[in-house]
Design a protein around this ligand. Sequence first.
Ligand code: ADP
Ligand code: MG
Length: 256
Amino acid sequence: MSVLSCEDLSVVIGRKPILSGVGLSFEVGRVTAVVGPNGAGKSTLLACLAGLRAPTTGTVTLDGEALAGMKPRPRARRLAFLPQIPEIAWAVEARTLVELGRTPFVGAWGQTGEDRAAVDRALAAANVEAFEHRIVDTLSGGERARVLIARALAGEPEWLLADEPLTGLDPAHQLDAAALFRRLAVSGVGVVVTLHDLSLALRMADRVIVMADGGVLADDPPATALTPDVLRRAYGVEATVTPGEGGPLVDVIRRA
Ligand code: ADP
Ligand code: MG
């Protein structure tokens, strides 16, 4: 059972503390949502967990091994990172972009049948087969977001760390993506996603981490993490959590 952990993680930029003493441990097979106001440090945390940003202090370990000491290729095989604002104004076909997700596997002899099969599975899982030959530039924001999910899945990672993967998706595709993350977790992948939609976080996650000011304010099962008290302290809003037909709903009433 793979475990991704960070201990005493701090990031300071200039004199500004971005993350302060964050200690967390993640297990595969679960969907964890990281929420919190703008600037709370969610993206910075995810980048550290993915080994893409070196913390000022503290360590990130994967099954006890420091990420900082792992070579990029073996690390990338195990851990896929989906960035928040991907820079993909590229004139390439969607399939070509998804194939890049196999890069950590492709050997000197080029793609194998297994690489092509993994790309096919990723295209199907993210439901983007219909436009695999479209140029990425011509896709809508939501279609592009799904192609990027496919790229992350093409490497069949043990861990998927996704920064706001649902932002920009319409409600139906948000549900599809949430269902996909659930299927991945059931198949043994560790899924960590940052989200802004608190109702979606309540509905799709096993665990919710609420961040504020570079620290962890709550880390619990969704219904315990997202209480009116935590929402007031994290976001400065009065909110209630009520049962809705599709699951719990966060109703933001006003600024506190
Ligand atoms: P979130 O994803 O929760 O919105 P971020 O992790 O992106 O938060 O950023 C946390 C804080 O760190 C923000 O105040 C942001 O402006 C600041 N920050 C992030 N990266 C840099 C950087 N390279 N230089 C200066 N400040 C940064
Ligand atoms: Mg962010």
